[in-house]
Design a protein around this ligand. Structure first.
Ligand SMILES: *Cc1c(COP(=O)(O)O)cnc(C)c1O
Length: 371
């Protein structure tokens, strides 16, 4: 038997009838963009997260960009963030003309290190952009304290964290604004690209709603320079259906993770994810850290078990940053050490007990032959 890294068909099969009906209904009405499905989904997210505003857009990258632009972050400004993320987090900072300042991560959770954030604050710093990496919230209280002390804004990259919580509040409701992605592999994924912004800030919400649609409050009346970044009706309808299952699906990931934690607790040479018990980790990815990552990857592959490095590189080492004027590559020993050593193993909604067992047995067998 083989175990896929991720099996998205289970999410479709579980909601097949309603998803198929949705598809035919959208086709029959040919109402593809905007409309009640899109606004309905936005209201559902507001209720689910406990936020005042949800503004849907085309993807998570746009959500980050629209927030930064909406908050007036621009050339000369610095945004403190993490190198342990998907590239989009960094990219959007450069797209508004600001400078990304990457600081190190914590070795156990892979989330941004608040002490490193504090040390990186300068007179140019405008915002902190923590990423809730792998589905677990960053230490938002510590980040909030730093932000208050230095009068900075905080933006959550919550793209991997729909459904995660921190001290009783949901990811996406923990800062000035948050960005989510509905890329199919995310915990709440659609059938293509999608994203949204969440915030309690009325002014920012209005601005993002405007700029996500050509700065056009009324058809052919333009009051701002915006972009074309919209969620379509089909995706919104699918997301509404899947949102009803999200907590259940996240719990299934959690069950697989709990099983792995137990199975791997006694293996030498491998570190399981650290969990902050004040919140809910939704295991967008279940990560093992080991010095023998490439051998483990190869071994799992030979057994037909899907796995992948998250991440093979720390982003501050990417050559593209050398094109930024004044760029000085920081020394970030923790993330440098993690690069190429952190492996994600199968952990998805609907994963069976047999699949978890097969995966765990293969990992244990690998380390047994190594010691
Ligand atoms: C997926 C992801 C993004 C980008 O989202 P897209 O919808 O693919 O544009 C940004 N940040 C993080 C941490 C992500 O995982």
């Amino acid at each position: 038997m083989s175990v896929p890294f991720l099996d998205l068909t289970k999410q479709y099969v579980e909601l097949k009838e309603a998803s198929d009906a949705l598809w035919f209904d959208v086709m029959n009405h040919s109402a593809f963009i905007a409309g009640p499905r899109v606004s309905g989904f936005e209201r559902e997210i507001e209720e689910y997260l406990g936020v005042k505003h949800c503004i849907s857009c085309a993807n998570g990258t746009d959500a980050l960009f629209l927030i930064l632009q909406g908050l007036g972050i621009s050339k000369g400004d610095e945004v403190i963030t993490t190198p342990w993320t998907f590239f989009a987090t960094l990219e959007c900072i450069t797209h508004v003309g600001a400078t990304p300042v990457m600081v190190d991560i914590l070795p156990d959770s892979y989330n941004i290190d608040p002490a490193a954030v504090e040390a990186a604050v300068t007179s140019r710093t405008r915002a902190i952009l923590p990423v809730h990496i792998f589905g677990q919230c960053a230490d938002m209280d510590a980040i909030d304290d730093i932000a208050k002390k230095h009068d900075l804004m905080v933006i959550e990259d919550a793209c991997q964290a729909m459904g995660a919580s921190y001290k009783g509040k949901m990811a996406g409701a923990l800062a000035d604004a948050a960005a989510f992605s509905f890329f199919p592999t995310k915990n709440l994924g659609c059938g293509g690209d999608g994203g949204c912004i969440t915030t309690d800030n009325d002014e920012l919400a209005e601005h993002c709603r405007l700029t996500a649609n050509h700065g056009m409050p009324i058809k052919y009346i333009h009051t701002a320079f915006g972009v074309n970044s919209r969620l379509d009706a089909l995706q919104a309808g699918l997301l509404s259906l899947r949102l009803t299952k999200l907590d259940e699906w996240n719990a299934q990931r959690g069950d697989a993770a709990a099983y792995y934690d137990k199975e791997f607790s006694k293996i030498k040479g491998v570190t399981v994810p650290a969990v902050d018990s004040t919140g809910t980790h939704i295991y967008h990815l279940y990560i093992l850290k080991t010095d023998q990552a490439s051998e483990l990857l190869e071994f799992l592959q030979s057994r037909g078990i899907g796995s992948a490095l998250y991440y093979p590189h720390s982003l501050h080492e990417q050559v593209v940053f050398e094109s930024l004027s004044g760029w000085v590559k920081p020394s970030l020993p923790v993330s440098e050490d993690c690069a190429g050593k952190t492996i994600a193993i199968p952990c998805f909604p609907g994963i069976t007990k047999e699949q978890c067992e097969e995966t765990a047995d293969a990992v244990k067998e690998f380390f047994a032959t190594k010691s």
